[in-house]
Design a protein around this ligand. Structure first.
Ligand code: NAD
Length: 253
């Protein structure tokens, strides 16, 4: 099936930043495939949207990615954008981070985007190229306690973004990353205690959490033709968190 409408595949799209990105791209006239491993939540999301193609798959499983590839190929015939948004957070001290916990985080946050880009490169390269956006985190740009697995997975994803940009540019595929600051989603609510929330409000120049649509808008820009000469960039959408130095809260008070 061919169409002049652009098509996007978004992982982890059943809720949060992924769902907001799906809404934003649909609003801008894209055809969107929403991939998630949570079938119930995905069905609810697509029903509410009244649009979009649901794909139930786990991004850490190559066989399920192959099935997803078949579905995208059948429905869209080609692909203009891949948003690797699916991610999990697991906060804990190094001493409590068992190898199983470590691997669980790496499987989704790092293996997933590696496998997805590998699988979809030829489809993205068709018709002159496409765009990939990997969703990293400020936790991958600055280290902090309790994030040994999560922060390391996101820092590795930031570098994977550069590797992919370096190698896939000649195929016309642009690869960038968005590094969100704290955003009020189920993921954040599960790991951000009231103390953490207060500290973030204090440390972020804009003094607030971000909204899902504020991240979605940056992703939508990076996959659009307006970003046609932008590749290999890690764009922080973090209320200025990354711009601040150490000790600012005490200096301010
Ligand atoms: N919320 C924040 O504060 C924040 C900050 C920085 C970065 N991020 C990143 O943004 C992305 C989206 O986060 P969110 O807050 O919207 O999370 P969320 O938990 O609300 O949504 C994540 C979605 O991904 C799906 N998912 C998880 N593992 C998957 C897998 N292996 N295969 C397929 N689907 C899978 C989940 O089912 C869920 O629907 C993540 O990569 C996260 O690390 C979030």
């Amino acid at each position: 099936m061919t169409s002049t409408m652009k098509s996007a595949l978004i992982t982890g799209a059943a809720r949060g930043i992924g769902l907001a990105t799906a809404k934003t791209l649909l609003d801008r006239g894209w055809r969107v495939a929403l991939l998630d491993r949570d079938e119930a939540e995905l069905t609810r999301a697509v029903t509410e949207l009244g649009d979009g193609m649901p794909i139930v798959a786990d991004v850490s499983d190559p066989a399920q990615i192959d099935d997803a590839w078949d579905q995208v190929s059948q429905h869209f015939g080609q692909l203009d954008a891949l948003v690797n948004n699916a991610g999990i957070a697991d906060f804990g001290p190094i001493s409590d981070t068992t190898l199983d916990r470590w691997r669980l985080v790496m499987e989704t946050n790092l293996d997933g985007p590696f496998l997805m880009v590998q699988a979809f490169t030829s489809m993205l390269a068709r018709d002159g190229g496409g765009a990939v956006v990997n969703v990293t985190s400020i936790s991958g740009l600055r280290a902090s306690t309790l994030r040994v697995a999560y922060g390391t997975s996101k820092a590795a994803l930031a570098h994977l973004t550069l590797q992919q940009a370096a190698e896939l540019g000649e195929l016309g595929i642009r690869v960038n990353a968005v590094a969100p600051g704290p955003v009020d989603t189920k993921l954040a609510m599960a790991v951000h205690t009231p103390d953490i929330r207060a500290a973030y409000h204090d440390a972020i120049p804009l003094n607030r959490y971000g909204h899902e649509t504020e991240i979605a808008n940056v992703i939508a820009f990076l996959v659009s033709d307006e970003a046609s000469y932008v590749t290999g960039q890690i764009v922080a959408a973090d209320g200025g968190f990354g711009a601040t130095g150490i000790g600012l809260p005490s200096l301010r008070s």
